[in-house]
Design a protein around this ligand. Structure first.
Ligand code: NI
Length: 259
């Protein structure tokens, strides 16, 4: 397993769930073959924490952005702060940003406003985008058709859309992020998506501390478990897990322009 080259493209290592043992979690990830990690943000404070963590660890990079569930009152001051934070050398993307109609903590129009404004910031700064989309694929893809052009790259993280959404995302040149849910017994639709998607458009992720794969489901997730995601995709695609690790890591490096 140690010859694997895994890239966990979405892990929230900055959150308090890792305060007691963050270094041990990182050590387990490296032992499992994780060579790269990307810590996205959900608000301004987590953007700052993500940057601080990335500055402390050479294999970690950061994204800055405001999540739809945290987008209440989003305005010019947030945009200015994000612009300043994004100038840190460890910041490789804007995210996670998007639409969340599952929790719908913030009114839809307000979510859309924050999403579109941050897409504009990404275009202005020439940074790829990490999209969070939950039960909002039709609206998110419509916004992205209008406002997602001219970006250097985009990933629909924790992809949970239907086959038609996959086709639309691929047509726009986007990547899809696949994580723990692909291992869940009832995830038939997601596994069909993984079987249909071109291998050069899939990146893998854990979304730690959330969405732990089987058999850890329901407990804290951690980046080492991204190996389980690679294994599951390998099984679905009839490839070796080390192949899937290498391919998805190359994809992530291309998407986020890392070497
Ligand atoms: Ni996330």
């Amino acid at each position: 397993m140690s010859d694997w080259q895994l890239f966990d493209t979405h892990c929230h290592l900055d959150v308090p769930a890792f305060d007691d043992d963050r270094d041990a979690v990182l050590a387990r990830a490296r032992a499992a073959g994780v060579v790269r990690l990307l810590n996205p943000a959900y608000d301004l404070a987590s953007s700052r924490r993500a940057i601080a963590l990335a500055e402390a660890h050479a294999d970690l990079v950061a994204a800055v952005g405001i999540h739809p569930n945290d987008a209440a009152g989003f305005g010019e001051s947030h945009l200015a702060e994000l612009r300043a934070l994004a100038s840190a050398p460890s910041v490789v993307a804007i995210g996670e940003i998007g639409l969340d109609y599952h929790w719908q903590i913030v009114p839809r129009e307000e979510q859309a406003r924050a999403f579109v404004a941050q897409l504009g910031l990404a275009r202005e700064l020439d940074l790829p985008v990490i999209v969070h989309c939950r039960e909002a694929y039709d609206d998110a893809l419509e916004l992205l058709r209008d406002h997602g052009r001219g970006l250097p790259g985009l990933v629909m993280h924790a992809f949970s859309g239907r086959m038609e959404h996959l086709r639309a995302a691929l047509a726009l040149g986007f990547y899809i992020g696949i994580g723990g849910p692909v291992t869940y017994p009832n995830a038939h639709a997601l596994r069909a998506v993984v079987e249909a998607a071109p291998l050069d458009r899939i990146v893998i992720e854990t979304d730690s501390p959330y969405l732990a794969p089987q058999p850890h489901r329901g407990r804290r997730n951690e980046p080492a478990y991204v190996a389980t995601v690679a294994q599951k995709i390998a099984e679905l695609r009839g490839r070796s897990a080390s192949d899937i690790a290498r391919i998805t890591t190359d994809n992530g490096r291309r998407l986020f322009r890392l070497n």
